[in-house]
Design a protein around this ligand. Structure first.
Ligand code: S3P
Length: 441
């Protein structure tokens, strides 16, 4: 968490948004680029890197494991790969900050190393479930302890892992990716089946590093022992960060708002489909060739204000929009009619309990809703009241309620926003440039 970051925001009610923005690089891809770069042979170049607190925690952890990482510019990184067996034990516990992705993927990366590691994090991360990764890694032969399922996670590394055939109980890219990282160093083949597709950045990037991977009828197969060849990766802008402005634009862009070079991997863009089902006007201008070697498609997204209608969210889209649901709930709150989201119980174990956090904020804003065990029912209203909303230290809750101010009658104060720096450094400036009346307190 950045010490200089403000603790609270006041966002003026109403207004419009417009113009052109480029939001920072993709968080999921930036974490993976650092980790795969570290395991590869040679020097990996990353451009468009997200210099947010979460990815910097991954970079610090890898440096503590002996990886030389240079940052010739804020968003440019050079990773000097150590090869699959080149890491060394860290002298202290690895602090992953607020980053669940970093901790879970590091579990898979560390399980086959010939030394022990301890993973810790901030108060939010220390509450998050880690057995979903530890349990299948143990099936591969790993030795991992958690504290009643939560961090600190102690990984007693062993170079003798064996590939497994495993069906993930939840659609989780973090679990899938941790297992693929461990599988790289395991004897034999690992075969993973997901209950529903989740983001596939790891699979795409492994191929960019020269690893062969099979994908048939929803089963991913990886043969252990394959070397990784260092490469050059261009990280597109983070769809999850663009999402706040897609909703802001759908609510209040009298003139177009354009978001440049956004990653539009179809395993991430469920929000586009949801907003379109509601009647949003979003145009996708594909960038030919995507972002090069890592084969991640990118596009410029242009959004204009349009009347939104409430919808019943198709459950298949939930994993494809999982991080965007907080701001989607704001779109639902401003739509005509009722919106129902079910099958989103995973939101309860994110950086905060995002269902409870959004329900608490919607209550403050006078939006009629019902908190369900695995979702929310929201009755849209043309305007919200203002008030003081708690972010629960969760970056995406804070940014979602900043967008809500566009439909409020009075200012919205948002408490405890410092963690926005984990995923979206520069959000305040982007928000003001787009037209939001955001003031740091
Ligand atoms: C991520 C996967 C998702 C997502 C998280 C990033 C990743 O988590 O919510 O923000 O980079 O793999 P789950 O795997 O828990 O669904």
């Amino acid at each position: 968490m950045s010490a200089a970051a403000p603790r609270h925001w006041r966002v003026a009610p109403g207004g419009t948004v417009s113009g052109s923005l480029t939001v920072p690089g993709d968080k999921s891809i930036s974490h993976r680029a650092l980790m795969l770069g570290a395991l590869s042979q040679g020097e990996t170049h990353i451009s468009g890197f997200l210099a947010g607190e979460d990815c910097l925690a991954t970079a610090r952890a890898l440096a503590a494991l002996g990886v030389r990482i240079e940052r010739p510019a804020d968003t440019e990184v050079r990773v000097h790969g150590r090869g699959p067996r080149g890491l060394r034990a860290a002298t202290e516990a690895l602090d992953m900050g607020n980053a669940g992705t970093a901790m879970r993927l590091m579990m898979g990366l560390l399980a086959p190393q010939p030394f022990d590691s301890t993973l810790i994090g901030d108060a939010s991360l220390m509450r998050r479930p880690m057995e979903r990764v530890a349990e299948p890694l143990r099936r591969m032969g790993a030795s991992i302890t958690t504290q009643s399922g939560r961090p600190p996670v102690v990984v007693h590394g062993t170079p003798h892992l064996t590939g497994i055939t495993y069906t993930l109980p939840v659609a989780s890219a973090q679990v899938k990716s941790a297992l693929l990282l461990a599988a790289l160093a395991a004897r034999g083949t690992t075969q993973l089946t997901e209950p529903a597709p989740s983001r596939d950045h790891t699979e795409r990037m492994l191929r960019a590093f020269g690893v062969e991977l099979s994908q048939h009828a929803g089963v991913i197969g990886l043969e252990g022992g394959q070397p990784l060849r260092a490469t050059s990766l261009a990280v597109p802008a983070d769809f999850s960060s663009a999402a706040f402005f897609l909703v802001a634009g759908a609510l209040a862009a009298e003139r177009p708002l354009t978001l440049g070079n956004v990653g539009v991997n179809p395993t991430r863009t469920g929000l586009l489909e949801l907003l379109r089902l509601m009647g949003a006007d979003i145009r996708v201008h594909a960038r030919p060739g995507g972002t090069g070697h890592n084969a991640e498609p990118a596009a410029d997204l242009e959004v204009r204000r349009a009347p939104l209608r409430g919808i019943t969210v198709p459950e298949a889209l939930v994993p494809l929009a999982i991080d965007e649901l907080p701001v989607f709930f704001i779109a639902a709150a401003a739509a005509s009619g009722e919106t129902l989201v079910r099958g989103a119980g995973e939101l309860r174990v994110k950086e905060s309990d995002r269902l409870a956090a959004m329900a608490a904020g919607l209550r403050v804003l006078g939006v009629e809703h019902e908190l369900l065990p695995d979702g929310l029912r929201i009755v849209g209203a043309p305007q919200f009241s203002g008030g003081c909303v708690e972010s629960f230290g969760d970056h995406r809750i804070a940014m979602a309620f900043a967008v809500a101010a566009l439909k409020a009658r009075a200012p919205i104060e948002i408490r405890d926003v410092a963690n926005v720096a984990t995923s979206f450094p520069g959000f305040e400036e982007c928000a003001r440039r787009a037209g939001l009346g955001l003031e740091a307190l």
